[in-house]
Design a protein around this ligand. Structure first.
Ligand SMILES: Nc1ncnc2c1ncn2[C@@H]1O[C@H](COP(=O)(O)OP(=O)(O)OP(=O)(O)O)[C@@H](O)[C@H]1O
Length: 262
């Protein structure tokens, strides 16, 4: 089957005196340009799920398959963006974006061209020669996204990439991310704690719950990212009555489940 297929995924961590079940029987299929956002209370297994897709963590049971091939290790077809940008301070912006290509032995001229293309995609054409520490937090996260796209991955995995940004910058980077997604048509798996961010970005919203981590509700075919791309006004989309109604529904779902496990 093409796309990303998560089948009956269970992850148990070894802890002192036993095991902790972080994910239990998670099933998810992504294909085409699905933008899947995972949302849920702290400890519901979002990062564990992303780490399994990235190949950083093995499944205890079940499997992750990309285009039918089991995932056992990290690979260039899965680009990862972390909450803290994880850029190399001793490399300039261009060389940071080009780093995954350097590691794969891509020749210098080709590497620089590809890095420049990805920087342009993220609206950063003029900053290739700058040091990482010269950039704002929002620009650094955009460089992180450009780097994750450098190897032209099939899927972009994003673990709370905007969580450390101030509210204004966060909204700007959300918009850049949607424009980038629209131009690259990649699958995205995105983790956030923000219900508004989740609804704005997702084509599909997956709500998770802890103890053990699992998917409790899926909201399909969310229209808001496409509305933004068509009309260009994020605040207008986030103020729509159906956006606000869905935001309240998701918030109350999460709070109900948090109360169950409090
Ligand atoms: N290395 C580990 N060893 C033992 N338990 C772990 C380990 N990593 C995570 N856990 C536990 O697994 C569960 C899921 O953790 P995970 O970090 O995936 O959740 P999360 O939803 O991403 O949380 P947050 O939103 O706080 O980042 C939690 O109970 C956590 O304490």
């Amino acid at each position: 089957m093409s796309g990303l297929d998560i089948r009956h995924l269970t992850v148990r961590y070894a802890i002192k005196g036993g095991q902790r079940c972080a994910l239990s029987d998670v099933n998810l299929h992504m294909q085409g340009d699905d933008f899947v956002v995972a949302l849920g209370a702290s400890g519901c297994g979002k990062t564990t799920l992303l780490n399994c897709i990235a190949g950083f963590l093995p499944a205890s049971d079940g499997a992750v398959l990309l285009d039918g091939v089991p995932v056992h290790a990290p690979g260039p077809e899965r680009g990862v963006v972390f909450q803290k940008h994880a850029l190399m301070p001793w490399l300039n912006v261009r060389d940071n974006v080009a780093l995954p290509l350097l590691l794969r032995g891509v020749p210098t001229a080709q590497r620089h061209q590809l890095a420049q293309d990805k920087l342009a995609l993220l609206g950063l054409e003029g900053v290739g020669d700058r040091a990482i520490w010269e950039l704002s937090g929002g620009m650094q996260q955009r460089v992180g996204i450009a780097r994750a796209l450098a190897s032209d991955p099939a899927v972009l995995l994003m673990d709370e990439p905007l969580g450390a940004l101030d509210a204004f910058t966060r909204e700007q980077v959300q918009e850049t991310l949607l424009h980038t997604w629209a131009r690259t048509r990649k699958m995205v798996f995105f983790i956030t704690h923000s219900v508004e961010e989740a609804l704005f970005l997702a084509t599909r919203l997956v709500v998770m719950s802890p103890s053990p981590g699992r998917i409790v509700r899926v909201f399909e075919d969310l229209p808001f990212s496409k509305l933004f791309l068509a009309e260009g006004d994020a605040r207008k989309v986030k103020s729509l009555p159906q956006f606000i109604a869905l935001r309240e529904e998701v918030l109350s779902l999460i709070h109900q489940r948090e109360a169950l496990y409090a």
